[in-house]
Design a binder for this molecule. Structure first.
Ligand SMILES: Nc1nc2c(c(=O)[nH]1)N[C@H]1C(S)=C(S)[C@@H](COP(=O)(O)O)O[C@H]1N2
Ligand SMILES: [Mo]
Length: 494
C-alpha cells in the first residue's frame, strides 16, 4: 500500500513537474531497451499493439508483490522493509536517470517519494505500545511514530512545492497536440481513383483512418514535443549544418503523398500495415541544403526519445516521396504517430525509415554507425518485401455454398503490384481482380469471386510485383528483415 502510494506520488510529481518520465514509465522503457528481441517479438505476438499495456500491468503487479514483501519484512524486522522500499526507489531512480528524456533532474520525484514512503512504512508498522521494558528502551532510541509521519508529510509537501515551482518555471516539456497551421500542399496528393476502394465489408479500406492506424514504437508513454521549440538538426558528414524550426518547415512548399507504411514485425496475414496521405517537406530538399560529403551512404535519423533508424542516403535523395511529415490524412500528426514531425519513406520498413518525433538527421556511413534495432539483431537495411493478405472471408466461420467474395490487400511499396492470384486447396493459381491505386507507393485491394462448394477448404494468396518478382511461398520469420510466405485461410462451406 505504502510502496504503491509512493510510486503513484512519484509519478504524479514527475508528471506535474514535467521533469521527464515517471518511475513506471522509466522502468518500462529501460526494460524495453534491455529486452532481447525474441522477447519483444513474443510480447508483440501475444499482446499485439497492446504490448505496452501488458508491460505496464506487469510492472505494477511486480511492484505490488514487492510492496507486500516490504510490508512483511518491516513487520518482521524494523527498517528492513524500508530498506526494500529504498532499494526499489534507487532502482527506479537509476532507470529514470538513464532514459534519454530523463537524466538526473528527473530522479528527484522518485527519490522524494521513496523517502516519504519509507518513513510512512516505518511509522505505520512501528510497535504501537512497547510490551516490555527492554523493547521500550530500544524504541526510545528509534524515532517515534509521530515524528516519522511528520517527516514524511514534510518531504511530500516540499516535493509538491518543488513540482509546482519547476512547472511554473517551465522546466518540463509541453503537452503535445496544439493544432498546427498546415499550409495547402504545393504538390497535392492525387485523389484516390473511384476504383481504389471496392467497399467490401471486412476489407481494409484504401485509406486507413488515423485512429485505426497501427502503432509500433518503443515509447511507453507518447513523447510530448513542444512545436514552438521543435527543431531539426541536420549534421554529420555535410558541408553545412542545417537547422529547421517548425515555422520554417510549415513555410516551405510542401508535398502531399500517399504512402503505405508497414512494420517489419508484421507476420504473414498481420495487420501492422496502413495507408495514409502524408503532408511534408521532401527530405532531399533539406539534405540538398546540407550537402552530404562524398563517402556518406546513410542517414541516421534520431527521435527525441533516443530511437534511431538507418536509411540509405540514396533513398532519401532520389525522386521518391520521402517526407519530413507534419500531416496525416489532412490533420497534424496524432501524438502517437510522431507529432509534430516524423519521417515517412516509401519502400522501407518503418524501423529503418519512419522515425517519429524526429529531431536529428545525421549524415554518416553504414560502416560507422548503427541504429536502435540493428543493435538488437535486426538488419541495418530493410526494403519492404512484397506481401498480400486475405481479409475476407475470415478463417473458420461457416460460409454458404455458392459465390463467396474473397478479398484483401497486397503491397510492394515503390515497386507496385502487377497481379494477385488466389488458389483453393493447393490447386491452380487463379487471377484476382485488382482495384486501382494512386501510385506504386500504396497497397492495392483485390477481389476473387470464388464458386464455393460444401466442405473444408483452404484459400491462399500471392502477389506479383511490377518488377516481375513473384511473392515467395517460403516461410520466414520476421527477424531480421521481414516475414515471407503466403497467407492461408481455412474455411468451412455449407
Ligand atoms: N521514435 C520512434 N519512431 C519510430 C519507432 C520507434 O520505436 N520510436 N518505431 C518505428 C517502427 S518499427 C515503425 S513500424 C513505425 C510505425 O509507425 P506508426 O506507429 O505511426 O504506425 O514507426 C517507426 N518510428
Ligand atoms: Mo516496425
Amino acid at each position: 500500500m505504502v510502496t504503491g502510494g509512493a510510486v503513484v506520488l512519484a509519478d504524479l510529481l514527475a508528471r506535474f513537474a514535467g521533469t521527464g518520465p515517471g518511475p513506471v514509465e522509466a522502468v518500462a522503457e529501460a526494460f524495453i531497451d534491455l529486452t532481447p528481441s525474441w522477447l519483444k517479438e513474443l510480447a508483440i505476438d501475444l499482446f499485439g499493439t497492446n504490448d505496452k499495456v501488458a508491460l505496464g500491468v506487469g510492472i505494477v503487479v511486480v511492484m505490488a508483490a514487492l510492496a507486500v514483501v516490504a510490508g512483511l519484512e518491516e513487520r518482521r524486522r524494523r527498517y528492513s522493509g524500508a530498506m526494500v522500499v529504498a532499494f526499489l526507489g534507487l532502482l527506479a531512480a537509476g532507470a529514470t536517470a538513464s532514459r534519454p528524456d530523463g537524466g538526473l533532474v528527473a530522479t528527484w520525484p522518485v527519490l522524494a517519494a521513496t523517502a516519504a514512503g519509507a518513513m510512512v512504512l516505518v511509522a505505520l508498522l512501528a510497535p504501537a505500545r512497547p510490551v516490555d521494558a527492554e523493547r521500550a528502551m530500544r524504541d526510545r532510541r528509534t524515532l517515534d511514530r509521530r515524528r516519522l509521519l511528520q517527516g514524511a508529510g514534510l518531504v511530500t509537501g516540499a516535493a509538491l512545492v518543488g513540482a509546482v515551482v519547476s512547472r511554473m518555471t517551465g522546466a518540463g516539456t509541453a503537452a503535445a497536440g496544439p493544432p498546427l497551421a498546415l499550409p495547402d500542399p504545393a504538390v497535392p496528393a492525387p485523389a484516390p481513383p473511384p476504383g481504389a476502394d471496392l467497399g467490401i465489408e471486412g476489407l481494409a479500406p484504401y485509406r486507413t483512418p488515423n485512429p485505426e492506424f497501427y502503432r509500433i514504437d518503443t515509447a511507453f508513454f507518447v513523447p510530448r514535443v513542444d512545436p514552438a521549440t521543435w527543431e531539426l538538426r541536420v549534421h554529420g558528414m555535410v558541408e553545412h549544418e542545417v537547422r529547421l524550426t517548425l515555422d520554417e518547415l510549415l513555410g516551405e512548399k510542401l508535398t502531399e503523398a500517399w504512402v503505405t507504411l508497414c512494420c517489419v514485425s508484421n507476420e504473414v496475414g498481420g495487420h501492422l500495415v496502413g495507408n495514409a496521405s502524408w503532408l511534408g517537406l521532401p527530405v532531399r530538399e533539406v539534405l540538398a541544403r546540407a550537402r552530404p560529403l562524398p563517402g556518406a551512404d546513410m542517414v541516421l535519423s534520431r527521435s527525441v526519445d533516443g530511437f534511431t533508424a538507418s536509411t540509405p542516403l540514396e533513398v532519401l535523395t532520389d525522386e521518391r516521396n520521402a517526407l519530413l511529415a507534419v500531416g496525416m490524412n489532412g490533420t497534424e500528426l496524432p501524438p502517437e504517430h510522431g507529432y509534430p514531425v516524423r519521417l515517412v519513406v516509401p519502400g522501407l520498413y518503418g524501423f529503418v525509415s519512419a522515425t517519429k518525433w524526429v529531431a536529428e538527421l545525421e549524415v554518416t556511413r553504414f560502416a560507422d554507425a548503427t541504429a536502435y534495432w540493428t543493435d538488437r539483431g535486426w538488419s541495418p537495411r530493410a526494403p519492404v518485401k512484397i506481401s498480400s493478405r486475405i481479409d475476407v472471408p475470415r478463417g473458420g466461420g461457416d460460409l454458404a455454398a455458392g459465390e463467396v467474395v474473397v478479398a484483401g490487400v497486397a503491397w510492394a511499396q515503390h515497386t507496385g503490384i502487377a497481379a494477385v492470384d488466389v488458389r483453393v486447396d493447393d490447386g491452380e493459381w487463379r487471377p484476382a481482380e485488382l482495384a486501382d491505386a494512386v501510385d506504386v507507393d500504396t497497397w492495392r485491394q483485390w477481389v476473387y469471386r470464388w464458386p464455393a462448394e460444401p466442405g473444408k477448404h483452404s484459400l491462399e494468396v500471392r502477389a506479383t510485383g511490377l518488377d516481375g518478382v513473384v511473392q515467395t511461398g517460403e516461410r520466414a520469420g520476421v527477424v531480421p528483415d521481414g516475414a515471407t510466405g503466403w497467407h492461408r485461410v481455412d474455411v468451412q462451406v455449407g
